[in-house]
Design a protein around this ligand. Structure first.
Ligand SMILES: Nc1nc2c(ncn2[C@@H]2O[C@H](COP(=O)(O)OP(=O)(O)OP(=O)(O)O)[C@@H](O)[C@H]2O)c(=O)[nH]1
Ligand SMILES: [Mg+2]
Length: 785
């Protein structure tokens, strides 16, 4: 790459081909300006236009410190071919030290191939197109002209200008784009004043203007509707080199100055980053001979550039976006990150694209934001979804912990209310951490969390219904179960000692226990509220259902207790109590069997009297009837709990034992008590030691002789009679027993006395033999060992 290539670039070559590298060339001058607020408009394009070899390149190089090729004096041939562009390195100045100033305004200069070139001959196509191009893109068009050419139509290239004006009219009539024509009169020797030269040139231009074939609708436009004219003269470069340089410095001052040459009205308002594209499009249209519609070009450039900026911004956004590890971030971090990413993207786009046509910029911005939002919303929605899950879990956890605490006076629906409040609070607080877009912003409607809030509310409400239903079922099973375990004992106690008033008492107890179990749900107005937040009607219904269950449980308890075996056992036990024990509760000692018969009949009757009490639950007012029709619910409970064995119990509450059951009990009772009766009787007979009759007969036969001896002996008979009389008297005075006892005691005493006498006789025998016997015994035991 030569120095020239570095400092200047050929925009359009001699074959009319546009250089695509222009984009890169321009880039080095705007990249650092991206974030500045000059909107990319801090640059100027100046072109030079004139006959071949009139020192155009020389002028630019001096004025703007560029390095365009200039003609070698010895060859005198066309030097500049096509159109060249260079960023002015400095601008010559008479004021600044070092004779130049920095190019802070970013002045670009275009060196255009000279007209009337020998090399192109009669082909004026390129010079016309080049002129048009320069005119369409530049703010200031320097027209380079020798002093001696002034007033000569051909020499000043005014013929070409005529064509340019015509085309210009059709191009700029719509938006009245203005441009400065800066005439630089070269080799001004000073004989004719600059003013006179200016007048001649102005007159010439106005003549040309008036003779133009103006397109329809533009007839009324004057030259100065589109062009400002300015004139500068430069001294002869060879004859007055110092003056030449000085004149150039003075001209440079005008370029440096804010208001001498440049004017906002001349600027095409294409941001610098879009200029190369703009230039290319303009050239393409000029080349293909299409109508050069500059406003449309500007829109096209805007669209292209806005698209380019948008995808560039999106790319950097996306790069950042995928880098973030969203799962590991807290809600606040996610919120901040999303906010930052979105803001950065929008800001970047605004800075770069905000300089282009507003409609295009806004339209493309909308598309960009939509695209960015697609990614952001994905994260945002998934976070909201996660929040919904967490809030729901929190709701359930709160309820669970409140209910397991088992605090006194816990109100179920208040627990639900609190949990719901906490859950929604959690959702809203965290949502505010991650939501970052103003919901009023139409672009950001998707960020509105309220639909998700409603989703959560709906979910909580469904959960609530579910929990309330579950709790209702709980109440319907738990309280009756409690009732059963409690009331069962009462029933067992009462029925184990059943008496006519028992049913009255049980009914009373039933009401008391029911009341007690439901006491905590009773409100002051005597209605029931089960703390589920139910309506009055629903509460009433639930209360009724619980009472029905109580009745069913009552019935179950009765059915469990009043069974054939149980009743039989109770009757037998009642019978035994009465039969075996006397009034004081002492076991009865039977004296005779007649007594057994009497007591047996009495005990049996009083036991059997209890059977009707068991069979039918009734009070003085009649059989007990439940407050509700429990048949339906009872059948339901049965089909749930028990297998259907084909046996259908009577659903009448009070009917506990059927006639058949009662008969069966009666029979079994009879059998058992009969057995007891027989057993008792036998035990009484067994206790009397009766002598069989044949003994008496045998005694009579064997003792006949002795018997007769007694009868024939008057003494013996008298003694016998006295004895018999004594026995009779003893019997009559009931002294027989004591007499017998005394006699028995005497006999016993006699026996004991006799035994003692015998023992004394045995003990008083000689000692020696006994010792020997003992010794022998000892020896014998030794032998055995
Ligand atoms: N008399 C005179 N000669 C000049 C002046 N400026 C430049 N020249 C000479 O004119 C010749 C042409 O100069 P260039 O600057 O190459 O002219 P140009 O208009 O760029 O030529 P092309 O690019 O070929 O159209 C050179 O030999 C210069 O030395 C001037 O002000 N007066
Ligand atoms: Mg040149």
């Amino acid at each position: 790459m030569t120095d020239l290539e570095v400092s200047a670039i050929q925009v359009i070559d001699e074959n009319k081909v546009f250089n695509s590298l222009l984009v890169d060339y321009m880039k080095q001058f705007y990249s650092q300006n991206n974030s500045s607020d000059d909107k990319g408009l801090n640059y100027h394009i100046v072109s030079v236009f004139g006959s071949q070899s009139t020192g155009k390149s020389t002028l630019l190089n001096h004025l703007f410190h560029t390095k365009f090729d200039v003609m070698d004096e010895s060859q005198r041939q066309q030097t500049t071919k096509g159109i060249w562009l260079a960023h002015a390195n400095h601008i010559s100045s008479s004021n600044e030290s070092g004779d130049f100033a920095n190019n802070t305004k970013n002045v670009f200069v275009m060196d255009v191939e000279g007209t009337d070139g020998r090399e192109r001959g009669e082909d004026q196509d390129f010079e016309r197109k080049a002129a048009l191009f320069a005119l369409s893109t530049s703010e200031i068009l320097i027209i380079n002209i020798w002093e001696h050419q002034v007033g000569l139509y051909q020499g000043a290239n005014l013929g070409l200008l005529r064509t340019v004006f015509e085309v210009n009219l059709s191009l700029f009539a719509k938006n009245k784009q203005r441009c400065l024509l800066l005439f630089v009169i070269r080799d001004h020797v000073g004989n004719t004043s600059l003013e006179s030269l200016s007048d001649v040139l102005t007159l010439d231009l106005q003549n040309i203007w008036s003779q133009l074939n103006k397109p329809q609708g533009t007839e009324g436009f004057e030259l100065d509707d589109f062009f400002d004219l300015k004139f500068v003269a430069l001294a002869h470069k060879l004859l007055q080199p110092d003056k030449f340089i000085e004149d150039i410095s003075v001209l440079g001052d005008k370029f440096i100055s804010e208001d001498q040459l440049f004017n906002e009205g001349y600027h095409r308002a294409i941001p610098i980053d879009g200029w190369s594209m703009y230039a290319e499009q303009v050239w393409e249209q000029i080349e293909t001979n299409q109508d050069l519609d500059l406003p449309t070009q500007q829109i096209l450039v805007a669209r292209f550039r806005c698209d380019e900026i948008s995808s560039q911004v999106y790319e950097s956004f996306h790069e950042q976006f995928v880098k973030s590890n969203w799962d590991d971030l807290s809600f606040t971090e996610i919120g901040n990150s999303l906010k930052e990413l979105r803001q950065n993207a929008v800001q970047q786009y605004d800075i770069l694209a905000g300089r282009y046509s507003e409609s295009v910029y806004l339209q493309r911005k909308k598309l960009l934001v939509q695209k960015v939002d697609l990614s952001i919303l994905e994260v945002y929605t998934s976070v909201l979804q996660k929040l919904i899950r967490q809030s729901r879990d929190l709701y359930l956890k709160q309820i669970e912990s409140s209910l397991t605490k088992k605090e006194a006076g816990i109100i179920f629906y208040q627990v639900l209310d609190n949990a719901e409040r906490e859950s929604l609070k959690y959702f809203n607080e965290n949502t505010s951490l991650i939501s970052f877009v103003d919901v009023d912003d139409s672009e950001a409607r998707s960020y509105d969390p309220s639909p998700k809030l409603r989703e959560l509310e709906e979910e909580l409400s469904n959960l609530r219904t579910e929990l309330v239903n579950k709790e209702q079922e709980n109440i319907k099973t738990k309280i009756p179960r409690k009732f059963k375990s409690h009331f069962k004992l009462i029933v067992q106690d009462e029925l184990s000692n059943i008496k006519p008033s028992s049913w009255e008492e049980l009914l009373d107890q039933f009401r008391q226990v029911s009341e007690k179990l439901l006491a905590k749900y009773k409100s002051p107005d005597s209605n029931y509220d089960f703390h589920l937040g139910l309506s009055k009607e629903k509460n009433k219904e639930l209360h009724e259902q619980v009472l029905i269950k109580f009745w069913i449980k009552f019935k179950e308890i009765l059915n469990d207790f009043v069974t054939e075996t149980n009743v039989l056992r109770l009757l037998v036990s009642k019978f035994e109590d009465e039969f075996r024990y006397d009034e004081e509760g002492l076991p009865v000692v039977w004296k005779n069997s007649a007594e057994i018969d009497v007591k047996f009949a009495k005990a049996r009757n009083s036991a059997l009297d209890l059977l009707p009490l068991f069979s039918l639950a009734h009070t003085a007012e009649g059989e007990i009837l439940p407050d509700y029709d429990i048949a339906h619910d009872e059948a339901e409970a049965e089909s749930d709990n028990e297998e259907d064995d084909g046996f259908k119990e009577s659903h009448k509450f009070a009917h506990l034992l059927s006639a058949r059951d009662q008969d069966a009990i009666r029979n079994k009772f009879k059998k058992q008590t009969d057995a007891l009766y027989v057993e008792t009787k036998r035990s009484v007979i067994n206790s009397k030691t009766e002598v069989p009759l044949y003994i008496y007969a045998l005694l009579l036969v064997l003792g006949w002789n002795e018997f007769m001896i007694i009868l024939r002996n008057p003494l013996l008979i008298t003694l016998l009679l006295i004895g018999l009389t004594g026995l009779y008297l003893g019997y009559k005075t009931k002294l027989l027993g004591p007499i017998v006892q005394v006699v028995q005691a005497m006999i016993q005493e006699l026996q004991d006395q006799a035994k003692n006498k015998l023992r004394d006789v045995l003990v008083s025998e000689p000692e020696a033999p006994s010792q020997v016997r003992i010794g022998k015994e000892v020896d014998a035991t030794k032998d055995e060992d």
